[in-house]
Write a protein that binds this ligand. Structure first.
Ligand code: SOE
Length: 398
């Protein structure tokens, strides 16, 4: 029988790593979750005609464009999904919103606070007309992280005192790993800071429900030149190089201490040089009543310490977050079977589609992402000023 659910016709820009993850989510969400709108993979855009045609075939898109402007102009598209490097986000997002298309934009929102402010302003105006923008901080939708937030909201952690957040990768540890766009400030805005530090900033603020109000930071570029010739898509590139080297213009690692609006203190670290750590997003929160700890390398588990338990029975418990009562999990497999990296993207589509159908602002909004951008900028400013304390302006739009 034909599916009579109205369609959400999606146009995606970019088809590398994030494009593949988003395509999977658009294809999958309505097959596991009941959605008020069925996503349709209407068109995909990329500059290389052969590359985009191949991507469309592999990822299930119905048509292609070689210029994103065409995608934005098409009247058979309801939402533009931006999966390109940060230097293109502002222009595409603003054009799409002004054309009356909803937007999902990869993180970090932009390459500077000024760009992010402009995007947030246009998004606020568009929201008044019922056109919405969302930023893709997908890890919010990992069930164990969503459960951590639920525990905070239920008061199980009490008054939060400490936030410890790390995002550890190691794919640049090898000094001969080739140069890619992620090491080019003009394309990526910053290095480990914006690429992965942005995720832990967003997670820490979202889980605790409290904003970073000031910080002191250091950044470091360990390897200042790398072989050119890497591909432009994945993380490590092809490695094909004739010995020529080019400059790395971003940070390899960033670390900072922070104060939160609710009085908690935080310690943050983002690096691509933590040899042996592949995608270790670690978040630990200690409060007056309990603690929670998460590590993405064991992503189906949330550790929880309940300080109200009898002293003799106290200890961190390891909650396997695969029960139907846990966030998002009931729509997938029987308990204990586990979810993976891609499910966060699928849950992002689920929440986005439900909000759009309800005429509600999906979160994280561009205002939420602008606040993260202010923290990123403060880290860079502090690092440049010998770690001087940087206060962070409160984001009024949130
Ligand atoms: C590369 O460091 C990267 O792909 C990030 O860009 C993603 O946001 C993160 O989820 C995984 O690592």
């Amino acid at each position: 029988m034909a599916d009579s659910t109205p369609r959400l016709r999606v146009g995606m820009v970019g088809y590398a790593f994030m494009g593949a993850a988003h395509s999977h989510a658009w294809r999958t969400a309505h097959r596991f979750f009941e959605l008020p709108l069925t996503p349709e993979l209407t068109a995909i855009a990329g500059r290389n005609p052969a590359g985009v045609a191949d991507a469309a075939l592999r990822m299930g898109w119905h048509s292609t464009e070689t210029d994103w402007h065409r995608l934005v102009e098409r009247d058979d598209i309801d939402l533009i999904d931006i999966c390109t490097p940060g230097d293109t986000h502002r222009e595409i997002a603003i054009a799409a919103l002004r054309a009356g298309k909803h937007v999902l934009c990869e993180k970090p929102l932009a390459n500077s606070v000024a760009e992010a402010e402009e995007m947030a302003t246009v998004a606020r105006e568009a929201a008044e007309q019922g056109t919405f923008a969302m930023c893709g901080f997908t890890y919010r939708r990992v069930p164990a992280i969503a459960l951590a937030k639920r525990f905070v909201e239920e008061g199980r952690i009490g008054q939060i005192r400490h936030v410890r957040a790390q995002y550890l990768q190691d794919w640049l540890s090898d000094e001969n790993a080739p140069l890619t766009w992620r090491m080019d400030k003009s394309k990526a805005g910053s290095g480990a800071l914006g690429d992965i530090g942005a995720h832990i900033i967003d997670l820490a603020q979202w889980v605790t429900g409290s904003d970073i109000v000031g910080l002191s930071a250091i950044t470091k570029t360990f390897v200042t030149e790398r072989p050119v010739g890497g591909d432009k898509v994945g993380l490590g590139g092809t490695g094909a190089s004739d010995g020529e080297k080019g400059p790395v213009t971003v940070d390899d690692a960033a670390a900072f201490t922070a104060r939160f609006s609710d009085g908690a203190i935080g310690v943050f670290e983002a690096t691509r040089f933590a040899l042996g750590r592949k995608n270790a997003i670690r978040l630990e929160v200690n409060g007056s009543k309990g603690s929670i700890a998460f590590d993405f390398e064991d992503m189906n588990v949330l550790e929880f310490f309940d300080g109200t338990d009898d002293a003799e029975a106290q200890g961190f418990r390891r909650i396997i977050v695969t029960e139907p009562v846990h966030p998002y999990v009931g729509n997938w497999w029987p308990a204990g079977h586990g979810l993976g990296y891609e499910h966060g993207f699928t849950h992002q589509v689920v929440d986005l589609v439900r909000d759009l159908a309800a005429g509600a602002q999906p979160r994280p909004s561009f205002d939420d992402a602008l606040q993260v951008q202010r923290v990123l900028a403060a880290v860079e400013e502090s690092a440049e000023a010998s770690s001087a304390w940087q206060p962070i302006e409160k984001e009024e739009g949130r």
